[in-house]
Design a protein around this ligand. Structure first.
Ligand code: 13P
Length: 410
């Protein structure tokens, strides 16, 4: 199961002087193409889903495919929720299976950016999820030319970056040093001196948004100054659009499925080019041995209630399912009744968590406490509860380190 902890993945990249590509997924062809490239290049990879793209696809439908692709991949994969709009977006990303979250508060003033980002960190860290923050303003829109969305670039200040990381506790910082989202207008001028100072002050993985359209030398200088994650979408959108336009002009237009396959191949070849350029190619095996596997967990409750009639028990079961599934980090609640009357336990809730970190905190959640005190505790009998975490059945195939503190962590 090469879905891995993104903190460990980026820590490895940071310490070994390369960058992992975070490629935006907007369709199944993109997803397929990105994973295909990662497996070919033997590279760790981040599958990134930006809330600004949710008009193009249904996030709830896409996430099971993204998770399935990550879990069957032969290389380490992390799933990142990109450019979330608010705290509810973070909850949505976590509950659907992302193991890294970015809520974009960079348009707010410094104090508000800190306040809002700290709320995301508090929520996500209780769920074991990594958080990216952004300071400074990176203008533009992914997939669009800079001339349509000029915007004002605000560089990240070194002093503010230090205070921001200390006060929010983010795991990675996206910095504004001259890149923009979308197609560049003219030649981008990057402020390496500023980046170097931020890196020296923070000593943590840095992120570059607007990863399309730089020269080989610019990428290398960003990476040698602490950039461990490069976000990329426009380059993939461009090669996919070019492919469609060429097919549309061709007299031998292939069928729909063939056209989609060619898009996958075009995306894959661009992703592979980036992986080789950014130094992540060939790192998969090493990363797998240094990263903790991403393990989800389940809480099983089995019980009897004999003092109430069927309607009253059904009400408690429905209320329990509603309360438990509303706790952030709870991905799914299965409510069940025993099929056989003679069963030892007649009722169950099986609660699926995004990560085993949540097992410790969820029973202290105020909604959980209120529900058990008001409705459950006084009527339940013979209750047993067990916490389970996923067994990594692929462990022998992919030697992922099962350690609380892998040795890449400081
Ligand atoms: P580009 O669209 O410029 O590649 O940037 C993507 C990005 O930064 C997503 O967060």
């Amino acid at each position: 199961m090469p879905l891995v902890n993104m903190k460990h993945m980026l820590q490895h990249a940071y310490q070994h002087g390369y960058a992992v590509g975070a490629f935006e997924v907007v369709s199944i062809e993109f997803l397929d193409g990105i994973v295909m490239a990662a497996e070919k290049a033997r590279a760790p990879v981040i599958l990134s889903l930006a809330e600004s793209h949710f008009d193009y696809f249904d996030f709830n439908l896409m996430m099971p495919a993204v998770e399935a692709a990550a879990e069957r991949a032969e290389v380490p994969v992390a799933i990142h929720f990109d450019h979330g709009r608010c705290l509810d977006s973070a909850v949505k990303g976590i509950n659907k299976g992302c193991n890294s979250i970015f809520v974009d508060n960079s348009h707010l003033d410094f104090v508000m950016n800190i306040r809002k980002t700290k709320q995301v960190v508090d929520l996500a860290s209780a769920c074991g999820i990594a958080v990216e923050g952004e300071l400074g303003c990176i203008p533009g829109v992914e997939g669009e030319g800079a001339e349509h969305y000029p915007g004002e670039l605000a560089y990240t200040s070194v002093a503010e970056a230090k205070a921001y990381v200390e006060r929010t506790g983010v795991d990675f910082l996206a910095v504004s040093v001259g890149t923009i989202h979308g197609g560049m207008k003219g030649k981008p001028k990057l402020d390496y001196q500023r980046l170097k100072q931020i890196n020296e002050a923070l000593n943590m993985p840095l992120v570059v948004h607007g990863g399309t359209g730089l020269s080989d030398d610019q990428y290398h200088r960003l990476i040698s100054n602490g950039v461990a994650k490069i976000n990329c979408y426009t380059a993939l959108s461009d090669v996919a659009s070019k492919q469609i336009k060429e097919h549309a002009k061709s007299v031998n237009i292939k069928n729909f499925a063939g056209l989609m396959n060619d898009i996958k191949r075009a995306v894959s070849s661009e992703v592979e080019r980036c992986m080789r350029l950014w130094g992540s190619a060939g790192r998969a095996a090493e990363v797998l041995t240094r990263c903790a596997a991403w393990g989800s967990a389940e809480h099983l409750i089995m019980f009897n209630i004999s003092s109430l009639d069927k309607t009253a028990v059904d009400t408690i079961m429905a209320e329990g399912e509603h309360v438990l599934s509303s706790i952030p980090g709870v991905r799914e609640v299965f409510s069940g009744k025993a099929i056989k009357e003679a069963a030892k336990y007649h009722y169950t809730w099986r609660v699926r968590f995004c990560h085993s970190a949540l097992v410790a905190s969820y029973q202290e959640h105020p909604d959980y406490v209120a529900f058990t005190n008001k409705l459950f505790r006084s009527v339940v009998e013979d209750k047993i509860t067990i916490n389970f975490q996923t067994v990594d059945s692929a462990h022998s195939k992919y030697p992922i380190a099962h350690v609380a503190h892998p040795h890449v962590m400081p």
